[in-house]
Design a protein around this ligand. Structure first.
Ligand SMILES: Nc1ncnc2c1ncn2[C@@H]1O[C@H](COP(=O)(O)OP(=O)(O)OP(=O)(O)O)[C@@H](O)[C@H]1O
Ligand SMILES: [Mg+2]
Length: 245
């Protein structure tokens, strides 16, 4: 697939629709017109080499970085004027790069903070999280900071899931994590996809993980989408051109 993108907003019911998004950090333009759609009930993988603007794209979607131009629609509603908290209430669950769990709170306390962010109650959802990540049940009284990096990632994903998001956003969930936990996170994503209750937007540099899990992909380069399509279009040639360092 090439970089050509629809220039008019398509009247599809994308769960997330990002159009011509522009943003700057300290005066330098980081996003230069990013556009892509995440269809409902699907997994979307946003890829690209280091420093091309993947995290900045996510931060703009969740409201932590101000968009200068463009639009972001969640389930048909423009959300760019909303605060990060309001966007969370609308159904965006976000697991930032590096996880950011609370190290001095227990696993249970960390999990209970998820629904607080969305303004919802726990509603017996914990058991569902334990099905995905059994280790969290075992470690409920343990301080978050005592968990391994991979377990902290599971905790961060579990906490985001407890907000019952329409759109779960994960920034490099496999970064620096041991292979068996990468497999568990992959299985959890697959299970969530099968359940069909949310869309998942994943930033990921681990190519096989994307190919295995994603329905669609987009590749960013210097703040713009340079390739996109269904994951079958993520060919070796595309990888060589846009992802190989
Ligand atoms: N706080 C900041 N101050 C200055 N420049 C920044 C800041 N955060 C990001 N940048 C710059 O913005 C650009 C995009 O960064 P971003 O973190 O979005 O990239 P990324 O694709 O997520 O990279 P990585 O693969 O390393 O996570 C980079 O050139 C980076 O140096
Ligand atoms: Mg990043």
């Amino acid at each position: 697939m090439t970089a050509s993108l629809p220039t008019v907003a398509t009247p599809t019911t994308a769960m997330l629709s990002v159009r011509l998004l522009e943003a700057s950090i300290s005066g330098s333009r980081i996003l230069r017109g990013v556009s892509f759609d995440v269809p409902p009930r699907s997994v979307f993988c946003l890829m690209g080499r280091n420093g091309v603007g993947k995290t900045s794209t996510l931060r703009t979607i969740v409201g932590l970085l101000r968009a200068q131009r463009g639009s972001v629609q969640l389930d048909g509603d423009n959300i760019l004027s909303l605060s990060p908290e309001q966007r969370a209430h609308r159904g965006i669950g976000y697991v930032p790069q590096g996880r950011e769990i609370f190290p001095f709170l227990t696993v249970e306390e960390n999990l209970r903070l998820g629904p607080v962010a969305r303004g919802t109650k726990l509603n017996g959802q914990l058991e569902r999280i334990f099905t995905l990540f059994p280790i969290l049940k075992e470690f409920l009284p343990r301080k978050g900071g005592m968990l391994s990096g991979g377990q902290q990632q599971q905790l961060a994903i579990g906490r985001a899931l407890l907000t019952e998001p329409k759109l779960l956003i994960l920034d490099e969930p496999t970064e620096g994590i041991q292979p068996n936990i990468i497999d568990q996170i992959g299985e959890a994503i697959q299970m969530l996809r099968r359940e069909g209750r949310m869309s998942i937007l994943l930033v990921e540099q681990y190519l096989d993980f994307c190919k295995e899990l994603a329905d669609n992909f987009a590749i960013l380069d210097r703040g713009a989408v340079v390739a996109h399509g269904p994951v079958v279009a993520l060919t070796d040639e595309v990888v060589r051109e846009h992802l190989t360092v």
